[in-house]
Design a protein around this ligand. Structure first.
Ligand code: NAP
Length: 237
């Protein structure tokens, strides 16, 4: 059983990079599950358009401008939500970039951009939203990682992406160890999914790619924390 929300309030989920791909499908599924959803997008207009698309399909969500590479922007977004009385119970760190340069062609700026989004984005949102989860005694954090970031059983992946996702996995363990068990912090590999990032040849649909993300976002009190999952099963770090 998922612990009940405070009387009169459904749980609220914030999904970064919610305007397309796995993020958009995660917003749709969480709204369908009855949560209030904040669809966060780095581009305000793309975020609004995605939120309108969901509203037309019967899933009204709130859209928020949030560039996770912008530390001040993350803090400002958290302040706007707090000022509006929106308490984030579920944080899905989905925003990601996929630089493809092989190691010996990789420049520092490109590695830096990958770290800014794939690692520091989640670092910033965790610092902004997790303390309140701890205070309220309920939270779910889902870091959308990749098998390309696994140190064992690793799927070969471009250098800047693999390094950043390995660090995101480390962040997952660090944050999970810093909070009580009522706040569950896990990482997920969605598999190879047909999105802008995964390309048209990927075997999985966005519905399949979002499945374990949503499962972790809705974990019951007895659910795991500090784990790395694919297809709803633990995988090696
Ligand atoms: P996608 O279709 O390329 O979407 C990426 C999302 O991240 C977009 O909404 C993008 O916003 C957003 N984003 C990028 N930089 C951002 C920033 N600085 N601030 C906020 N949002 C930002 O990719 P996807 O396949 O859905 O990927 C979602 C997650 O799954 C990523 O973390 C990715 O690494 C992971 N993943 C995907 C696959 C796969 O096969 N697709 C496999 C393993 C892991 P814009 O629209 O503004 O660009």
């Amino acid at each position: 059983m998922t612990s009940p929300p405070p009387p009169g309030r459904p749980r609220t989920a914030l999904v970064t990079g919610g305007n397309r791909g796995i993020g958009l499908e995660t917003c749709r599924r969480l709204a369908a599950a009855g949560l209030d959803v904040v669809l966060a997008a780095r581009d305000r207009e793309r975020g609004r358009a995605a939120a309108e698309q969901l509203a037309r399909a019967g899933y009204p969500v709130r859209s928020e401008q949030l560039d996770v590479a912008d530390a001040a922007g993350v803090r400002a977004c958290a302040e706007r939500l707090a000022a509006d009385g929106v308490a984030v119970d579920v944080l899905v760190n989905n925003a990601g970039v996929y630089p493809t340069a092989p190691f010996f062609e990789l420049d520092e700026a490109t590695l830096g951009e990958s770290l800014q989004v794939n690692l520091l984005g989640a670092f910033r949102t965790c610092q902004a939203f997790v303390p309140e989860m701890v205070r309220r005694g309920y939270g779910r954090v889902v870091n959308v990682s990749s098998g390309g970031g696994a140190l064992t059983d690793n799927v070969p992946s471009p250098a800047a992406y693999g390094i950043a996702k390995a660090a995101l996995n480390a962040l997952t363990l660090v944050v999970s160890a810093a909070v009580p068990a009522a706040v569950k912090v896990n990482a997920v590999c969605p598999g190879w999914v047909r999105t802008g990032m995964g390309g048209p040849g990927a075997p999985l649909s966005v519905e399949q790619g979002a499945d374990t993300v949503v499962w972790l976002a809705l974990l019951p009190e007895t659910g795991p924390t500090g784990g790395f999952f694919r297809d709803r099963r633990r995988i090696p770090w």
